[in-house]
Design a protein around this ligand. Structure first.
Ligand code: KG4
Ligand code: ZN
Length: 341
């Protein structure tokens, strides 16, 4: 019998992505089209425009992924598609496309949870032992998982309001930087040697849940008090580079401290874990990666994080999850629907 090959499709937010995963040879291709130009124009994600963009790009991106993998549609066994959570209009484009393709070409279909995709994205680059603790932080989500096996995991904690990436993005915007804000904050923090100047609040210390909305407000009011920001017009009125860099550095250290504290608490509650992982767009942040890998080293545990292209939204992680779900026989029916949360 031929080897099993999965086509993965990801359209949950502002990327159109497709990838091909071979059960034995691993990832054969991963194509990502980001709608970044649009963010520059509008200062963030505009759902209506994102879904129209998805519609325009999905066909060529899937063709490109098949071509780059040097396979044809005939070689594909299963189409795996992100069907939850995300922007409804964007999810609908990918899910309807995947169902149409799978139906007409007589392939199997699997709906994949985007967050499960992130949690297992680390396997695209590393072999990670089970059970392990996985910190997931992106623009839309922040969670900590106890991962037992492929597709088997418990949510230990998650954000009760904003995501960590959202805190980076929104505060960066107040400081005058473009979307996505994370890389700007990290760069400015590096200039300040990652010093904590202003001691912003580390909330929910004794819990595994996260809250970032208070932190966002604390930084905003600090900027107002320092005479840099006008609340009425919501604009930066004084570009004091030194203070802006100090604020960025303090925020960077604060968010890293919060992650470190959660991982330590999770390890205390689950002492038998064999590794710690850090995934999602925020895992592109080398400072937080260093802080978490230091924690792991203190416990004499291995630490893993995906390569940057597998941290931010991609279809490789969706194809990977589709591959193990196919091995488990966890297929969906053609009535597969989308879910917002
Ligand atoms: O996983 P992702 O591509 O999309 C979602 O699923 O949301 O994550 C995007 C997020 C953005 O909030 C962006 O600011 C953040 O990842 N990000 C970073 C860095 N690079 C990207 N955050 C902190 N430091 C970075 N270097
Ligand atoms: Zn994501």
């Amino acid at each position: 019998m031929n080897s099993h090959i999965t086509l993965g499709i990801e359209t949950s937010c502002d990327e159109t992505a497709a990838a091909v995963y071979h059960e034995h040879d691993g990832l054969l291709s991963s194509i990502i089209s980001s709608h970044a130009d649009m963010h520059k124009l509008y200062g963030g994600v505009v759902p209506e425009l994102e879904s129209r963009n998805q519609l325009k790009r999905i066909n060529p991106i899937v063709s490109e992924a098949l071509q780059a993998a040097q396979v044809s549609l005939d070689d594909i066994n299963t189409v795996a598609v992100t069907n939850r959570p995300g922007l409804p209009g964007s999810l609908l484009v990918g899910t309807a496309f995947a169902k149409g393709l799978a139906w007409s070409a007589q392939k199997k279909i699997i709906g994949v949870n985007h967050l499960e995709g992130h949690a297992f994205s680390v396997f695209l680059d590393h072999d990670v032992p089970f059970p392990h603790i996985c910190m997931t932080a992106s623009g839309g989500h922040t969670s900590i998982y106890l991962v037992h096996d492929f597709g088997v995991y418990d949510i230990l904690g998650q954000t009760i309001d904003d995501a960590a990436g959202e805190a980076f993005d929104k505060i960066a915007r107040s400081l005058g930087w473009a979307y996505p804000g994370g890389p700007y904050i990290e760069k400015a923090a590096a200039l300040m040697n990652f010093q904590d100047f202003y001691h912003y609040p580390r909330s929910m210390r004794d819990k595994l849940d996260f809250s970032f909305s208070g932190l966002k407000t604390a930084v905003l009011y600090d900027l107002v008090n320092k005479g840099l920001f006008d609340l009425k017009t919501k604009t930066l009125i004084k570009k004091d580079e030194q203070i802006i860099h100090q604020v960025a550095s303090s925020l960077q250290v604060c968010i890293a401290d919060i992650f470190v504290q959660k991982v330590k608490l999770a390890k205390k509650l689950h002492p038998n874990i064999k590794a710690i992982t850090f995934v999602g767009g925020v895992a592109c942040n080398k400072y937080i990666v260093r802080r978490l890998s230091d924690v792991a080293a203190r416990y004499r545990l291995p630490f893993f994080s995906p390569s940057p292209k597998n941290c931010t939204d991609n279809a490789a992680m969706i194809a990977f999850v589709g591959n193990y779900k196919a091995q488990q026989g966890a297929y969906d029916q053609f009535d597969l629907d989308i879910k917002y949360t």
